[in-house]
Design a protein. Sequence first.
Length: 419
Amino acid sequence: MKNIINLKSLKVYAFLIIFLTILIPTMLLSYFVINAVDNHLENILEQNLVSYAKISEFTYNSHLNNALQYGIKISESPVFDSNDTEAKKNILKQATFNRQADTATLVDENGDVIARANSEFKKDHLSVNGLVEQAIKTGLPLASTELISNENLLLEDKELQTVVKIRRIPTLYQMPGITKEYETDAMAIVAVIPIKKNNSVTGALVITDVINRDFKIVDELKNMLDLDATIFQRDVSISTTYATDKGNRFVGILLSEPVYNKTLKRGETFFGRIWIIKDWARAVYLPIKNSRGSVIGSLSIGDNEEKFRKYKFLFAERDISQIIIIMTLITILFSFCLTFFVSRELISPIEQFTEASIKVSQGDFEQGVKIDSFEEINKLAGTFNFMIRSLRKQQIKKEREVIEEYRNMENDKKDKKQS
């Protein structure tokens, strides 16, 4: 091993220098390319989340508008101009029959209940966070998302109590310190339409569409964007497209702490990477506010991180990194082969010089080097061969001188013998 990796060997030294000269820039380039690609994808992902947020907000507001338009259509019935309470109740029942609304209630100009669609008449006051009073006062139809207490919900429809009751399911990264076991209130789209007679407001029609375990909004977003959607009432999911393998929806999942702090507490839109159920996801969370501007929940749109990236870019981030790494390895392999070839071209002539020099030092002047390499090495080879030829000529000259001297000595001996 010591002989193989010998840094004093010109062959090893030249190989390492050339190889590292190619390897280090290649690895640095790969590192910066991976980071540049990742940052670029992050920017695109955030831009897409912004566009999804706008689409989601528009879709949700369209449901508010639909509830308002539906209520206006119902309020145009001539029955509301009569004193027939039973006929008014039948109209209210028809309003909830096709499930476009869960409750329908008629109140007088003071907000006191006149009739309900799905329960016995009780002359209580209906406010819905002041929305009823505001609509009656202004004479304008209003719609918003409101929280309805369990007590008020029981007055409207006892069957809704089981629908809205949701067990809170603890999750990773949830907001700590909240020990409440069940969510019993309801989140609903509420539309209030003033009833007018001779341009005077005589009452109002109140339509509510409960969102708890109603999946039409989230399913619409899923079909539109091919991404998962969830509606949260405060910090608990009440409607979602996330489902188990058996098709059961993940209602009751709690909101992650970063979203809780930014969306519920500060009323700001959250963009980014978040843990959802069992995977990291890319999502946007929009605050849902009531008629008084208080945040009562959120609407999220997003998907599993790898799936989201792959859906948008054909390759997931991990796949892109793997492709770059594979290309880097191929480049390194090519660099190794190129380095081996270049170092051999540099070292091979030197080895020939070394071998020829050893033989010349031993008196063998018949040597020479036959090299077809770089221009400088070819010139060196020419000089080396010229030097050997000169040494050979000098050797031949000396040999001739020795032979001539020997012949003269022999001739001298012959002359002495003859004399």
